[in-house]
Design a protein around this ligand. Structure first.
Ligand code: FE2
Length: 380
């Protein structure tokens, strides 16, 4: 027996326009899009709300926040994963690339321990058991300035749903932390360090970068290929950084930190992704380029919620208002991230696509989510 769903009387956000009409879903796939108001029996009345593709999030630390709700608190992982999944479904995200760092620093005051392999096994266990509402992939954040990148990446393979590998280099004095005072405030606060501890920490990181950097970059590029994952750059700051990214075959740039880098990405055909919190707050917490400025310069393709999941939908609507084009705003969190991550079955309301959709009302300036469907099944 076929399973049919009709979402009618909606303002349907298509790839390039918004139309008044109805979307029909059959067995989890979009099978009809009809203009005009419908009174088909069994149709659900969307009452003029927006019907958008489900949001696609390429980079979020949200799972880490559920695992560690306070410093030094390790929350039971299964419960944390289920809560994270439910939270995302409730704010319109239907596909997520859970960001997990690989490459650790096993000792010292600025130490950072390995966790991605064991946490991802727990995530996939729950997925196979049918405990999750939305579609999950991994985004492995390969930290070049670390000690253990090679062995950590070797533990993953093509069956691990690694969709994205990003090449990160958080060595002090460059890229995100060009301004070392921003790093100081962040690291000293987080790790309870003294001035001397911080100076040792910086020297240690620079030494680590000198010893391991070039080898780690090559390893991450090769491993991404082995997994079948898309490679992304992170915090590109100069034209030279972008040229290097391009040589690695990178087509997605996370959070370029300057207008110069964003422009170079456009010249090299690299999609530019910026953080939603940066857009909403009107600037970057690390003192880098404002996402809104890039949007005004037409140098922004994709928005990621980064550390505030609910900012994704708000940002897309904000961009839609800024550009005077809601479909274009919504595409930054649907079609554009699908294209950049190589997902060909979702990201648009179009015939034959996965029926991942959300119903959104705009009340008092805030988007209010009124329904989330994944493959035609209501999940929130
Ligand atoms: Fe960064």
């Amino acid at each position: 027996m076929t399973n049919q769903l009709i979402l009618a009387n909606a303002n349907v956000v298509l790839e390039n326009e918004v139309i008044r009409g109805a979307v029909t879903v059959t067995d989890g796939v979009i099978t009809a899009i009809d203009q005009g108001d419908t009174v088909a029996p069994g149709a659900e009345d969307m009452a003029g709300d927006l019907l958008c593709p489900g949001l696609i999030e390429l980079h979020t630390d949200n799972l880490e926040r559920h695992i560690q709700p306070r410093p030094k608190v390790d929350w039971p992982h299964a419960a944390a994963i289920v809560a994270h999944d439910a939270e995302l479904s409730g704010i319109g995200i239907t596909t997520v690339f859970d960001a997990m760092r690989v490459g650790s620093i096993p000792s010292g005051k600025g130490r950072y321990l390995k966790y991605a392999r064991s946490l991802s096994k727990e995530l996939w266990g729950l997925r196979e058991a049918g405990a999750l509402r939305i579609s999950h992939y991994l985004h492995l954040r390969a930290e070049v300035c670390s000690e253990t990148l090679e062995e950590e990446m070797a533990e993953f393979g093509p069956d691990d749903r690694v969709g994205i590998v990003s090449l990160m280099d958080h060595t002090p004095g460059q890229r995100q932390f060009r301004d070392i005072s921003k790093l100081k405030a962040y690291v000293m606060g987080k790790n309870n360090m003294s001035e001397d501890d911080f100076a040792d920490h910086v020297a240690n990181l620079k030494d680590m970068r000198d010893r391991n950097g070039a080898r780690h970059e090559a390893v991450a590029v090769a491993e991404a290929k082995r997994y079948g994952a898309v490679l992304a750059s992170h915090d590109d700051t100069t034209g030279d950084h972008v040229a290097t990214s391009s040589r690695y075959g990178i087509r997605l740039a996370e959070f370029p930190t300057t207008v110069e880098a964003a422009r170079a990405c456009y010249d090299h055909g690299i999609a530019v992704m910026m953080g939603a919190p940066n857009l909403i707050r009107g600037g970057s917490h690390s003192g880098n380029v404002a996402a809104g400025e890039l949007a005004e310069l037409d140098l922004l393709d994709i928005v990621s919620s980064d550390y505030v999941p609910a900012a994704l939908l708000s940002s897309a609507l904000l961009l839609g208002d800024m550009w005077g084009n809601i479909a274009r705003g919504i595409a930054t969190v649907t079609k554009a991230p699908a294209d950049a991550s190589g997902l060909t079955d979702r990201g648009r309301i179009a015939l034959g696509e996965r029926a991942d959709m959300i119903r959104v009302a705009r009340i008092g300036g805030a988007p209010v989510l009124r329904g989330t469907w994944v493959q035609g099944k209501r999940v929130a």
